[in-house]
Design a protein around this ligand. Structure first.
Ligand code: MRU
Length: 365
């Protein structure tokens, strides 16, 4: 997508063809800064500290992390070490494991002296594949939005609520949930996006709002608790979110708070769609509540908040009383029964085992 007239992906190869560059998302929206990853440890740290985040982008960054690890040592031991280090960075999103498995199965059969070039090729393919998947999700989501808009027949706009950041910053380009929104906006459908703030990391307020601003999509940032009220007053026509891991039976694990939005949508008969790239499907598990590990992050993300002062300085302040314990759960699970349908790269399908198998036959991509 474009930032001030220049096209960016969220991750790309540096001029030397070896190091990797990223948009440092910890600095947005106050500064647009890129960072260089030169080692395996740089890549692992970028994922853990959320310089890169969003399940598909985490997968892409991990793929390049394998490349960086093999630069000096393409042995089996080094590959295994890199796999384990990267796999341990964030436990919930499944694209990480998917990308690491893709890299390992590509590289393991090769003699070590052929692995480095093959690793860079496969990592680039994973990135290109992500872009193509998200574009296709956008194309398949557009008719849904158009239909809702035609049915609405009111002279205002179509109000879409989204949670967290499932935009191009969460992927290599386009985004998952935001891809159909960008396509709809570009097609002249008057969409307006309710952007959940998404505490504690504020991915909505910091990242989604920044993206939508840059693309000129009308939007309003709301506190995380507002969605239910808006739905009761018919101010939300559609909820559209992403997913970090979707089980074989269609349960969706996404940013903490997604489940509460799905409950409110269900109670108010608001369609609740999930934009689902197939590498986000975990075919090995069924029950999302029982089987998906939920990441718990540093309490400092809850106790402290960073922002820009009137004089332009970016500062971090503490919100909470000293000594109060904090629990910082990063994701929750929305059971399939609350999901209207999935928007995937292969089309729209019911949120069920049959729906997913019908499109993908039990295998991602
Ligand atoms: O903790 P984050 O910012 O990595 O969480 C991201 C999300 O929850 C997104 O909604 C998710 O990755 C799906 S969008 C591509």
């Amino acid at each position: 997508m474009n930032v001030d007239g220049k096209h960016y992906r969220t991750i790309w190869l540096a001029d030397d063809g070896r190091a990797v560059e990223i948009i440092d998302q910890t600095k947005l929206p106050h500064a647009f800064v890129t960072a260089r990853l030169a080692t395996l440890e740089d890549a692992a740290r970028a994922i853990t500290d959320m310089q890169v985040r969003g399940a598909p982008l985490i997968g892409a960054a991990a793929a390049y992390g394998i490349c960086l690890a093999l630069r000096d040592d393409p042995s089996d031991d080094r590959l295994a070490e890199a796999y384990d280090l990267l796999h341990a960075t964030r436990p919930t999103g499944i694209n990480l494991r998917w990308a690491l498995d893709e890299m390992r199965s590509t590289l393991t059969p090769l003699p070590p002296d052929q692995r480095l070039a093959a690793a860079y090729r496969r990592a680039a393919e994973i990135c290109d594949q992500d872009v193509a998947i998200n574009q296709a999700i956008g194309e398949h989501g557009l008719p849904l939005i158009r239909e809702l808009w035609q049915k609405k027949r009111r002279p205002d706009c179509l109000n879409i609520l989204t949670h967290c950041n499932a935009g191009w910053l969460a992927t290599v380009d386009w985004g998952t949930a935001l891809a159909p929104i960008y396509k709809a906006h570009d097609a002249g459908i008057p969409v307006h996006v309710w952007v959940d703030e998404t505490r504690p990391r504020s991915q909505g307020a910091r990242l989604t709002a920044w993206e939508l601003n840059h693309h000129g999509v009308p939007h309003t940032i709301i506190a995380d608790n507002v969605g239910g009220h808006l739905m009761q007053h018919r101010r939300v026509d559609l909820c559209l979110v992403g997913t970090d891991r979707t089980t074989a039976q269609g349960d969706v694990c996404n940013k903490i708070g997604t489940y509460l939005k799905a409950l409110a949508a269900h109670d108010n008969h608001v369609p609740f769609y999930v934009a689902l790239p197939s590498p986000s499907i975990d075919w090995t598990i069924e029950d999302g509540i029982a089987d998906i590990p939920i990441e718990q992050r540093d309490p400092a993300e809850m106790t402290d908040i960073t922002g820009r002062t009137a004089s332009g300085d970016v500062v971090t302040v503490t919100l909470t009383p000293p000594g109060s314990p904090v629990a910082n759960y990063a994701f929750d699970v929305t059971p399939a029964r609350y999901i209207t349908a999935f928007i995937t790269e292969k089309g729209v399908c019911p949120a069920s085992r049959e729906g997913l198998r019908g499109l993908f036959g039990g295998r991602s991509c």
